[in-house]
Write a protein that binds this ligand. Sequence first.
Ligand code: NAD
Length: 342
Amino acid sequence: MNNKKIRVAIIGLGRLGAIHAKNVAEQNNDFDLIAVCAAEEQLKWAKTQLGISATYTDYRKMIDEEQLDAVFIVGPTALHPEMTIYALNAGLHVFCEKPLGVDLQSVNEMVQTIHSHPKQIFQSGFMRRFDSSYLYAKKMVENGEIGKIIYIRGYGIDPLSGIESFTKFATASDSGGIFLDMNIHDIDLVRWFTGHEPVRTWALANNIAAPELEKINEYETGVAQLEMDDGVIATLVGGRHAAHGYQVELEIMGSNGWIRIGEHPEKNLVTLFTNKGVVRPVVQDFVERFSQAFIDEIKAFAANIKNKTQPEATVEDGLKALKIAKACQKSVDTNQIVDIKL
Ligand code: NAD
């Protein structure tokens, strides 16, 4: 395997799958993108833009017919477990987007299958762990530069301009709810930065900014308070109403200083001076904000396959993040404080 290219395929060519496909095809010499699987209308794009001739609408057929080493799973969240199980049983390494799934029973089956294939790499899409700002902040925290963590707050708020496409998506498939869909990365970051687990949550949600979501049983904004096992307090804020763009922010308050990452989600170093005022353009979506992290995480996947090393973020991290998101949702649904059992 060491000098040979890794033969990969991608399942899903939607908002994120197309980015991964481009990155795999153009940014990484370790991979050979052999085949893709998605809805018929998206396959043409892969043929014309990426020159992929092996295109499928049935992922099982693709895995059975192509001689693959690995697969990227970027299909709908609810299908991640069955796709992962099928790929692992076919002997492939798997990169699977977050979250692991929607329903805990199928995710548990997925986790068991991952454990029963210890020689195959399983990597989940926690790409924020590859983002240079988070990595920089993590070093600062580890070096004690802000003292002991007291409080941590994660914002995951999509642009208002995306509300229509979200409504279509959530009408067609199960998003898993505001905390699973929007805050799973923040939950992972809270655990990653603090090194501790949450034990209880109290969460609230509303639809003031998007009353139409009521009809499809979704919330536009959700806020969860988490009590960590060492007394640290965490807040998660998920939403889809940011008028200015994509607000993904993390604040870590320490006993001797604070860190804020993405407080102003600036696009670049440009400041615009016009008769409207002094303006800093901001990033508009996850693609823009995490473009380099998406490249770095697939490079790490290739390195993990070549070096036979499992990634730092394990499937247990994915499972715990899922359980925490579900506990937050349960707190909203039951209007109760919910104990978190991981
Ligand atoms: P999307 O709806 O835009 O795309 C889904 C893709 O899956 C489409 O290409 C569709 O044709 C394909 N698909 C649907 N059913 C299929 C099936 N049965 N077999 C094969 N392909 C099938 O979705 P998206 O926004 O790209 O999200 C995909 C996944 O990526 C989700 O799990 C989502 O949570 C995750 N995601 C992660 C991040 C991140 O920050 N890491 C960002 C966006 C999305």
